[in-house]
Design a protein. Structure first.
Length: 138
């Protein structure tokens, strides 16, 4: 079904599949996402109950803040997940999905912390920090 999606890290050690509609892609320009990714995050999310992960033993979880940890493949380094501690959903890097993703851009957050070497000109809403609808670690 079109509401099922698959994805993986670059080396394939970590694979996942999701059920249900994916949230629109949120682009996070905060300093943590900037430093970890080398640019910015582009992530969708699903409820914990709607994702199955294979190769979870190959994920390194970095406790980036008291709010959330960041999961990446320990073999190839691919960024994969952002997991808030007290919430029942998981953010997934949009680029880790196999195509077609059916994903569309939603908005930009933490644009106040963005890198100073690019501009955002796709017409999507921009927020200086987060928005109430999108929990993001400071
Ligand atoms: Zn990998
Ligand atoms: Zn961020």
């Amino acid at each position: 079904m079109s509401d099922s999606h698959r994805g993986s890290c670059l080396c394939g050690a970590v694979r996942f599949s999701t059920r249900g509609a994916l949230r629109g892609v949120v682009y996070c320009h905060c300093s943590q996402c900037r430093k970890q990714s080398g640019h910015f995050y582009a992530a969708t999310n699903v409820a914990d109950a709607n994702i199955v992960v294979e190769g979870a033993e190959s994920i390194t979880w970095y406790e980036a803040s008291v709010f959330a940890r960041r999961g990446f493949c320990k073999a190839c380094g691919s960024l994969l997940f952002w997991k808030p501690r007290d919430q029942d959903y998981i953010s997934i890097m949009a680029g880790s999905f196999d195509r077609p993703t059916d994903l569309q851009g939603e908005c930009h957050i933490f644009v106040g912390d963005k890198g100073d070497y690019y501009s955002i000109d796709d017409g999507l809403p921009q927020f200086e920090k987060s928005t109430p609808a999108i929990p993001v670690a400071e």
